[in-house]
Design a binder for this molecule. Structure first.
Ligand SMILES: [Zn+2]
Length: 299
């Protein structure tokens, strides 16, 4: 509220961040050179900056998530601030109450922030990488101890397993030890899908650590090395061979999604993953998390 007290200060910020660091000089796309710009309201009443050489208008919101939105920039900035500062997520219901927009508007704003500002930056991971998959409803792929459905008859059991498989989304994630994380929703937890993602995310001269799940077999062919920890025989740490970092990420993600968002459909799950991944990675930003999010407006 101090830094951005109103719409005008948010617009001025966008103008400076995207076009004119000093607020006055910007590259004019029409003149194809640096020009002095002045701020005028256009005939439609929208604020824009005008090239004093040729009269070309620059709208600082064009091409951003705020373009064509009827919600004020000030409310957008406030929503971004809340998204950057919460630890456990922000429900549309809460944003609706907080800024007085409709539930639909609140939901659309959060969706845009998650899917555009917080989307993966495409920077590869390197070094010691832990990878693991899970389902957001919290059930492990093979529960330790007695199987909960062991009491059911054989056919009913496989029927129930199939149903559960279908209704569950696989979340696959990889983390650089001491660094960033990436996470995605996959249609299956089988080998080819997992391997393709890892190859896309991780530089080949990295060391991969996973558990003993068969889908991870053969990863040493794509990377410098691959070590596996045998969870099913009760071993969780063996020197550097453990997946505690990635499990720690899941351990925060899953209760937070359940607590704040209740049930998340497959269709929107990636957005929620983006949100938690972004927030975790932004810890390493040199600026505040809100400033880091503002930096993404242009990305
Ligand atoms: Zn011009």
């Amino acid at each position: 509220m101090r830094e951005f007290p109103d719409d005008a200060s948010c617009l001025e910020h966008l103008w400076r961040q995207r076009y004119a660091p000093d607020g006055e000089h910007a590259e004019c796309p029409k003149c194809e050179r640096e020009r002095v710009f002045k701020k005028y309201a256009t005939a439609q009443g929208r604020q824009s900056w005008t090239c004093t050489g040729c009269g070309h208008h620059v709208h600082p919101t064009a091409g951003t998530i705020f373009a064509k939105s009827s919600t004020s920039l000030h409310l957008w900035y406030y929503a971004m601030y809340m998204m950057a500062s919460t630890r456990c997520g922000l429900s549309a219901k809460q944003l609706e109450r907080e800024i007085g927009v409709s539930y639909r508007t609140a939901w659309r704003m959060l969706n845009k922030i998650r899917n555009e500002l917080m989307a993966d930056d495409g920077e590869p991971l390197r070094g010691d990488i832990e990878a693991d998959e899970t389902s957001v409803d919290g059930k492990p792929r093979k529960p330790h101890g007695q199987h909960p459905q062991i009491a059911l008859g054989r056919s009913r059991r496989s029927e129930a397993m199939k149903l559960r498989e279908r209704s569950r989304a696989t979340v696959f994630a990889a983390v650089e030890r001491g660094g960033r994380v990436k996470a995605t929703v996959l249609p299956s937890r089988r080998g080819p899908a997992l391997k393709a993602k890892l190859v896309e995310w991780v530089e080949p001269e990295s060391i991969i650590v996973t558990d003993e799940w068969g889908a991870y077999k053969g990863l040493e062919r794509h990377f410098l090395a691959h070590s596996r920890i045998n969870h099913s025989s009760g071993v969780y740490v063996e020197g550097d061979t453990h997946t505690n970092t990635i499990e720690g990420f899941f351990g925060h993600l899953k209760p937070a999604i359940r607590g704040t968002y209740r049930k998340v459909s497959h269709r929107w799950l990636q957005g929620y993953l983006n949100e938690f991944v972004w927030r975790r990675n932004a810890r390493y930003a040199e600026t505040s998390m809100f400033a880091a999010l503002l930096d993404r407006i242009d990305a």
